[in-house]
Ligand binder design. Sequence first.
Ligand SMILES: [Zn+2]
Length: 318
Amino acid sequence: MPAARDGRNSREASGPTPQYVEALHALPLMSRSQAQRLMAVLAHPDDESLAIGGALARYAAEGVEIHVVTATRGERGRYFSNENRPSDAEVGRVREGELRAAARELGVSDVTLLGYHDGELAQADSLEAIARIVDALRHARPEVVVTFDPFGAYGHPDHVAICQLTTAAVTAAADAELGATSGLAAHRVSKLYYFVSTPAKWAAYQAAFKTLVSRVGGEERLAVPWPEWSVTTRVDTREHWQTAWRAVRRHQTQLAVYRQLGELTPEHHEALWGTQTFYRVFSLVDAGRGLETDLFAGLRGPRSATHLETSHEPEALR
Ligand SMILES: [Zn+2]
């Protein structure tokens, strides 16, 4: 069992407070607050730019350490016009280069590729995939994790799979008895988010280039909008849409699809990248009950530190 790096077991729960609540309040959530960390766990090169480029650029600009984990190299995706298409391995190599270039535009600290086959993530050994994501989480130790929603935005099987695998990995990473062979200490993520698109966002997005469709087993899957009321977090990324757009353009192999994006008005770009919306799956910090405007709400400033240090002293419970 890995050493308890944070001493979270040093307090005994007692009194009327449920043991779980006591344990949460004992967590030293602010102990590594010098640089806050966000991890995005995604399926393909370009997901980081197209889906959440604005948010990644904003948080990187604010000094947050950004980690991107991408499950596949997208080797079965488009390759320019698809004429004279090289081997899948070569497509994957080129797309990995594009991903890394886009990540540099966004200010991402590091990119980890899990190396799964494009289009086959749902068939991968799920326990092995979860273990790889657990390792990435325990290595980077992010407070905030972002991934696809359970519909995979528009039913793409890789997107659906990475949502399920990441959700499981966030739980498993906190369990010190799981995956002890990696030698990395358990890590408890404070907040997990799915990025989601409202009907208005999907309309702007699909008007900009094309209607997204996944074809699975003879069935067509279209975009799945989340109702406005279900959005828990709305992040203003207006000042960063140009950075997101520069990152998108690093995916040169894909630009035949995105060509129309180059002709959009600044207003349309802002509608696409100027706000990013999320569904908070869970939060282990108190960020209030209103609509969040920050993925790190509850993790910043003296309020949460004071709250965690003083509100559940053991003496008060006896
Ligand atoms: Zn994708």
